[in-house]
Design a protein around this ligand. Structure first.
Ligand code: XIL
Length: 374
């Protein structure tokens, strides 16, 4: 009986044949051969303290990102002191489970301590000093995980909404070549690692144009950039399918891989006119921005399910060019979207609910996977 059932489905979706074998289909299996499916992890998950989610991660995902433990403020809080413990545990977890391991992130304006940009008196440091600090940090962190972390977000969020380079302390003190220097230092520390530029809102035309220009310039100069990460902190209606397809195609034409690096789907009303994922922005709490504190109406749940399926259909229509789709967390209970940009909201941005149970969207995403040839 099982044999017969399996034969009928042999040309069908991977999940169908897995079902025939009596197992639950998984996200990573559904997209096997297209892209890896990842999640950003917190320490409770990679230490196994959150045993339920550790089990979900091992079963469903084959790529991991560190939600915070590799950021400068965590791994290098003081000038001469590194805090490698949590990052070591994160990388060990990935290796033990044969996962594609991400490093996030080396050069960013957020979650970087003030001392990085200042001298003993609190004045801005010189270009030379900051370049040296950046080089030491990259050499130390990338060097430590050489051959173990597969892919690094070398620079994060370096383009502004109008397409110009963001006026971060990196930019102001070093100048625009801080970006290529960061890639060069990372490449030197681990010549085999994939090296990416990661950003949000690249689906918006002005910002995308600036980012395309940046990547084009870096490639022309021979800077070792291998990929562009689209964060994709999305909502139900932004970005459109058109915006997503165009963005993936246009970066693809430059000869870089495209990765979806921080996917989540926000269903709460936004306090902003235009989408943003700038972590430094904070908005005062107000019940009108928290409409579902006790659960989602069925109609909204259905909209979310459809949106997840749509997103994965779009991404997988670019198999090979899109090499990874990573969700920014596992379950709604831990998502940063409960506390940003407004603290204490009840949000529903991920594939597992507050009890870490799969939402209907899990099945929808698996069913959206491309059919495999028999
Ligand atoms: C977020 C984390 O999820 C939060 O825990 C932290 O407090 C702030 O940063 N863009 C990024 C991520 O590149 O690193 C951010 O992660 C979300 C926006």
């Amino acid at each position: 009986m099982r044999h017969h059932f399996g034969a009928i489905l042999s040309c069908g979706l991977v999940f169908a044949s897995v079902l025939a074998a009596g197992q639950q289909p998984t996200l990573k299996d559904a997209y096997n051969g297209c892209f890896v499916v990842g999640a950003a992890l917190n320490p409770a998950q990679f230490t196994g303290r959150d045993a339920k989610e550790a089990a979900i991660i091992k079963a469903q995902f084959n790529a991991i990102s560190p939600e915070n433990v590799l950021k400068w403020e965590v791994i290098h809080p003081q000038p001469n002191s590194y805090n490698f413990g949590p990052a070591d545990q994160y990388v060990d977890f990935g290796q033990q489970n044969h996962m594609f391991i991400l490093g996030h992130t080396l050069v960013w304006h957020s979650q970087t301590p003030k001392w990085v940009f200042q001298d003993d008196k609190g004045n801005p440091v010189s270009r030379k000093v900051l370049l040296k600090r950046m080089q030491d940090h990259i050499k130390t962190v990338v060097g430590r995980y050489k051959g173990r972390i597969n892919s690094w977000d070398v620079v994060n969020e370096v383009v502004d909404e109008d397409g110009t380079l963001r006026q971060s302390p990196w930019m102001k003190i070093i100048g625009p070549d801080y970006i290529e220097k960061a890639f060069e230092y990372a490449h030197k520390a681990d010549p085999k690692a994939q090296l990416n530029y990661n950003d949000y809102n690249l689906e918006n035309e002005a910002k995308r144009k600036g980012a395309l220009q940046l990547v084009r310039k870096l490639k022309a100069k021979g800077v070792p950039i291998t990929g562009v990460g689209l964060q994709d902190h999305v909502s139900l209606d932004w970005p459109t399918a058109d915006q997503l397809n165009t963005t993936i195609d246009e970066f693809g034409k430059l000869g870089v891989k495209v990765m979806i690096t921080e996917l989540d789907v926000d269903v709460l009303p936004s306090p902003f006119q235009d989408p943003t994922a700038d972590v430094s922005v904070k908005v005062a709490s107000n019940p009108k921005y928290n409409p579902y504190p006790n659960g989602l109406p069925e109609t909204v749940q259905q909209q979310i399910t459809n949106r997840w399926a749509e997103l994965f259909r779009i991404y997988s229509s670019h198999c090979g060019l899109v090499t990874r789709v990573t969700l920014w967390g596992v379950s709604d209970k831990d998502s940063w979207k409960n506390n940003w940009p407004i603290r204490g909201r009840t949000n529903y941005p991920l594939l597992f609910d507050r009890e870490s149970e799969p939402k209907p969207a899990v099945k929808a995403v698996i069913e959206a996977a491309p059919k495999k040839p028999s």
